[in-house]
Write a protein that binds this ligand. Sequence first.
Ligand code: MIC
Ligand code: SF4
Length: 640
Amino acid sequence: MGLNITQKILKEHLLEGELIPGTEIGIRIDQTLTQDSTGTMAYLQFEAMGIDRVKTKKSVAYIDHNMLQQGFENADDHKYIQTVAHKHGIYFSRPGNGICHQVHLERFGVPGETLLGSDSHTPTGGGLGMIAIGAGGLDVAVAMGGGTYYITMPKVVNVKLTGRLRPFVSAKDIILEVLRRMTVKGGVGKVIEYTGDGVRSLSVPERATITNMGAELGATTSIFPSDEVTKAFLKAQQREAVWRSITSDENATYDEVIEICLDDLEPLAAMPHSPDQVKKVKEIGEISVDQVAIGSCTNSSYQDLMKVAQILKGKTVHPSVSLVIAPGSKQVLNMLAKNGALADLINAGARILEAGCGPCIGMGQAPASNAISLRTFNRNFKGRCGTVSAGVYLVSPETAAVSAISGKLTDPRLHPVEVFVEMPEVFEVNDNMIIPPAKEGEKVEVIKGPNIKPFPINTPLEDVIEGKALIKVEDNITTDHIMPSNAKLLPFRSNIPHLSEHCLVPCNPDFPKRAKENNGGFIIGGENYGQGSSREHAALVPLYLGIKAVLAKSFARIHRSNLINAGILPLVFVDVEDYDDIDEFDELQMGNLKEGLEKDCIVVKNVTKQKEYKMNIHCTDKELKILVAGGKINAIRSKA
Ligand code: MIC
Ligand code: SF4
């Protein structure tokens, strides 16, 4: 039987299990990446495992998120990551070198290899034909140590692209269309594989825009073939030697097929406050815009920013708009500087930020109260931009640039001249901001500043757990709700006690106090609980606050794994109506837990209401062992 691209790569990396959707498989990880906001925790955990040198083909530590240095904290974290990377065989991408996903695509990604990253947008690597998956820091630490990575074998959805994009319609509009059709939970348990004639007309960075934002579908990952376009990109990056062809077999089969005719697409926007609230720009109408932000791992490539520069050349940003641009990498910024496009951007009034995540993770440039902000980013969850009352629309670079001039949301097709940017035949290659690991790691001293606090470790699972339902939240709660990130909080990513004061505060400001007063308890969640980021802080902080289980209608993949790794039970209502029955402060009790987990039937007693609810956990044998041990660190230790 013919294989699709996903099956081919997974088959080559399969260590345990069979490629049967829904069953557990263990795969070998070739490459890892970390960034600084999840990296400190990942390396603390790696150190706790006591392994001298990484066992992967390549591991890279990036500094791109925590770039504002208002105090010593971020700078200390950078120093810690730099030294720990140097010691243990990890490449270090210095601050200023760019966003992890953009740089990894340019300099490290290899078609056909597997990449595990402590960031949910790691699937960007799928643009090069990699199986690139986002995970919690601990899973990445284990992979760095040569450990197998376990996932549920996903279903494979084929998105068949036909035709060609029309002028001013871009790759961003393709993924927005997929989000419109599939929604933020439509990709759970699936890999999205792109094929069809339309693929040939998309460059690698355009493909990467699509696989990047596949994270917002909740998908395990997204992938494109590795073809002549991939080869040309790698050649232009002076890396042609790593290219190989990977396409799906003629008779490959898929679990689902979606067709998108590129000729029919129009400029789209995701409206506040969810990436799947997608409408045509022309349908939304010409609303006034206060801020335009261009960049992020979704749309900060050379091609993206050159298009923006062509649109802005000789113009001035509208007086009521603040336009900020964060280039994706030093390579991109350098090339714009050399060919004069940077001058066009500056002249038009763009505020140029350093190459990094910047406003995407709320590191500065929070919009004004009630402002409308157009962003080329991938997430518009309420408050993520730093201003709760602001409304963020996710758009393409073309829509962003044209709107920055007009001062209102504008269909870019109204722009009088067509913009066209060829992929360069040669990129500016200079890896001087990437520090290779030390040859003799033992001689390197790891420097830990005072902000780096130990991380919490759970205790083995008890057979009876009880406590109050401390909070009840609705569907699609994101990790930005559970553990908010912004310029004030990101410096404390290695300080769980400090972060705990802010846990679930966007849902209920009293939550941390309630958890402390009641000695921990339970969280009641809706559908897709924990969507979004890979930050394991959204599990470690609840652990620190004594949360023993989350009872939800369903979970997002990475957050569910992070909860299990922390030894917190992710329980799913068998009858979703039971969710309605529980009120905050109800006293809950579950007994005979180990047997219940093994049989996948946990009975939760609502002592207050004198009722019982059946819950599932759907965990594998390995997950069960982790939960019983009280989290992954304990499970690893007891095995050792
Ligand atoms: C994000 O986009 O939310 C982040 C910041 O990149 C996160 C990682 C984090 O929380 O540090 C992600 O997407 O995984
Ligand atoms: Fe950085 Fe934003 Fe991409 Fe996350 S989504 S990696 S914060 S640019």
